[in-house]
Design a protein around this ligand. Structure first.
Ligand code: TTP
Ligand code: MN
Ligand code: MN
Ligand code: MN
Length: 380
């Protein structure tokens, strides 16, 4: 009875509830649901199915009781027939057959291995496996070598392969801060009015991450930073060596996991909007603790007036972002993205607290009728 009441009060969007980064009462089942999601992402089966498992997993994460029956699971939001079936099987057998099978399949292991290469996503991975019959990293190496001789520019993937082990290794908070301080220094050297923030997983309080995400903005001028990213990178070049320089669009089509911008229900950002950002997605060689290690770094510069929306958008988690956009679209008839909040149909920008004032993160949540969630509580 107590459980039923608790379950019925869980809001269905993760942006409406607190999710901290810690293990849950149904950890094993939670992990299996994530595997079902991963499989559907890697195999490019219908993304709706992947999302269904992802949503159910996020609900499991905030449910404090160990599930004891399918009926109990049916009280939870986001648990449709497929998810309930998986719960039933798990309760009966202690596992999920589909997970066991694909974990052992060569195809799945290869797709996972290939997607671990920076610059490679499911599209490329499936192509390599199915069409070119690649099976190992050595196969990939030979394949790329052949391509290169044919004159294809493949810098990103080649570096991704060359530094595979470095890039698989997690970055500690300490190392992230070390890099962040040097980037911040470069910002200030270019223009003392340029500020930057450490965003992504590290802003959510995570102790380790797979890359370093930095958001920058000018304190005073609205558009004062345009063209400044190149200057910043040049200053950073005194400390780091770059392995690849690329722009947003070149990687978005084949990023490892779904991103807010590619979610159909969130209506993707149009080209004219993306003009107000400058973005660097790259690899650097970081001299740290007596060795040099390759690291992924994302730097985004945003307009001052759009800063708070970019801050929210780059704090994540990516599932939180996706649900936030879905919530705005479905429940509020609004469109939320890293540039602002817009009326869904007229596309008119909504100014919070008057045109002259810049809103705070709290005010954005309040406007959207969401409970205030600190970054550490957005770990869905
Ligand atoms: P990521 O760096 O991909 O993820 P993360 O920092 O949450 O986790 P990790 O520790 O593994 O690095 O992205 C950072 C945030 O930026 C993410 O939470 C969502 C957002 N994001 C976008 O909005 N658009 C994008 O294209 C990408 C890559 C991320
Ligand atoms: Mn200035
Ligand atoms: Mn990150
Ligand atoms: Mn990132």
């Amino acid at each position: 009875r107590q459980r039923k009441e608790f379950a019925s009060k869980i809001p269905s969007y993760c942006c409406q509830r607190k999710t901290e980064n810690k293990s849950c009462a149904n950890e094993r089942l939670y992990q299996l649901f994530l595997q079902l999601e991963e499989r559907r992402m890697l195999e490019m089966e219908h993304k709706m199915h992947a999302l269904a498992y992802r949503r159910a997993a996020a609900v499991l994460k905030v449910y404090p009781y160990e599930l004891s029956s399918v009926e109990e699971a049916s009280w939870l939001p986001c648990f449709g027939a497929k998810c309930l079936k998986a719960v039933g099987e798990f309760l009966r057998t202690g596992g999920i057959q589909e997970c066991t099978e694909f974990q052992q399949s060569e195809r799945f292991q290869c797709l996972r291995l290939f997607c671990g290469i920076h610059g490679v996503g499911p599209t490329t991975a499936c192509l390599w496996y199915d069409q070119y019959h690649l099976r190992t990293l050595q196969d990939v190496k030979n394949f790329l070598e052949r391509k290169r001789l044919e004159g294809h520019p493949l810098a990103i993937k080649e570096y991704g392969l060359q530094y595979y082990d470095d890039l698989q290794q997690k970055i500690s908070r300490e190392e992230a801060l070390h890099i962040f301080r040097q980037v911040e220094h470069a910002f200030h050297e270019v223009d003392p009015h340029l500020s930057c923030w450490l965003v992504g997983g590290f802003r959510r309080g995570q102790e380790e991450g797979h890359d370093i995400d930095i958001l920058g903005c000018h304190d005073v001028e609205e558009n004062g930073h345009f063209g400044k990213l190149a200057q910043i990178l040049k200053v950073m070049g005194k400390k780091f060596e770059y392995l690849s320089l690329e722009h947003d669009s070149s990687i978005n089509g084949d990023h490892r996991y779904d991103e807010p911008s590619s979610d159909a229900s969130s209506s993707s950002q149009s080209l004219d909007e993306s003009n107000s950002l400058e973005r660097f997605i790259g690899l650097i060689l970081h001299p740290y603790q007596e060795r040099t290690i390759a690291r992924r770094i994302d730097i985004t510069l945003t307009k001052r007036s759009e800063f708070i929306f970019s801050l929210i958008s780059w704090t994540g988690s990516s599932f939180f972002e996706r649900d936030l956009r879905r919530y705005c679209a479905k429940e509020k008839n609004l469109r939320f993205n890293s540039h602002g909040i817009f009326e869904k149909h007229s596309k008119r920008r909504i100014y919070l607290g008057g045109q002259a004032q810049l809103p705070t993160e709290e005010q954005v949540f309040e406007y959207l009728q969401l409970p205030w969630l600190r970054p550490e509580e957005r770990c869905a």
